[in-house]
Design a protein around this ligand. Sequence first.
Ligand code: ATP
Ligand code: MG
Length: 337
Amino acid sequence: MSINDKKIMLSGITATGKLTLANYIGAIRNMVKLQDQYENYIFIADLHALTLPIDPQELEQNRRNIFALFRACGIDTNKTTLFFQSDILEHGMMNWLVLTNTTIGELSRMTQFKDKSSKVKTANGMETIPTGLLMYPTLMVGDILLYNADIIPVGIDQKQHVELTRNLAIRLNNKYKTNFKVPEPYIPEVGAKIMSLTEPTKKMSKSDKNEKSSIYLLDDPEKAYKKIMKAVTDSEGKIYLSDEKPGIKNLLTIYSALTDKTLEQTSELFADKNYGELKQAVGEEVKSFLIDIQAKYAEAMKHIDEEAKIGAEKARKVAHKNLEKLMKGMGLNNASK
Ligand code: ATP
Ligand code: MG
């Protein structure tokens, strides 16, 4: 237990692009909800952003945007330690200690690795896949263990990585007599997997090259409304919940999440309506949500440097203490410390 006896919540978002509504609904919304109950660590995963090639200027801009968007969405620095991952050098060291306790088989079986590597694989096969993509999960395991977290709010796509963390916590505890907690993923009931607006069988992703597939939190609200109006659905014309109707289900899910309703309540609400009416209602909700956070975003941008410094100082102490425990267990008990 931590000093104040609260359990620990930890989560991060990769600085690979502009934050989407899916990142908000799948993860940030729960981080905000859990803030009062837990001791919280939230970070901008800028080291994770290096797993695929990224332009340095773009990375710098992404990381600042995400910091300010966390604040605009309701992450409160009085309740949460908010920081940049790369400010805490312990993350890199922890990654090495963790990955030397895994196998290539274990990492190459991860679904995200398979999905993302299949997109970059060319005629040379494995040889062109960036090593960082394979190591993404071990870096994430390290992130979680460094803060000895109990609960990890994430979308469903990250569940497997939290499961790997659970396995690693147990493995390390057995091998090295550490006492890492075995963390639980915290996945929303509504919105664990928001789908692409143009291909509703694929998840919405901030790294998707097609800007029409995603609602970005910094999209012009009118433009976002239009993207919803153009969302791909089906030709049946009837509104009901079904996995055979992924486009409609996605719109019902977005509406439910933004209005705090269950999926059943929303589908009843729209049962007698047509697709145009549903899209209009979802579009309006999205628009007013974006207007609200964008107003707060501008103010948040002004305070990033000072807030990130305070966050890093707090995070570093905790990370260092947990790293040392593992180093000691592994036989790396340095005399020079
Ligand atoms: P990338 O395409 O670079 O992987 P991403 O949109 O998947 O970007 P991540 O930084 O990988 O974003 O994930 C941040 C958080 O958002 C994670 O908790 C993840 O589970 C959640 N998340 C990502 N995509 C979705 C989605 N489509 N629906 C719900 N949650 C999501
Ligand atoms: Mg992702």
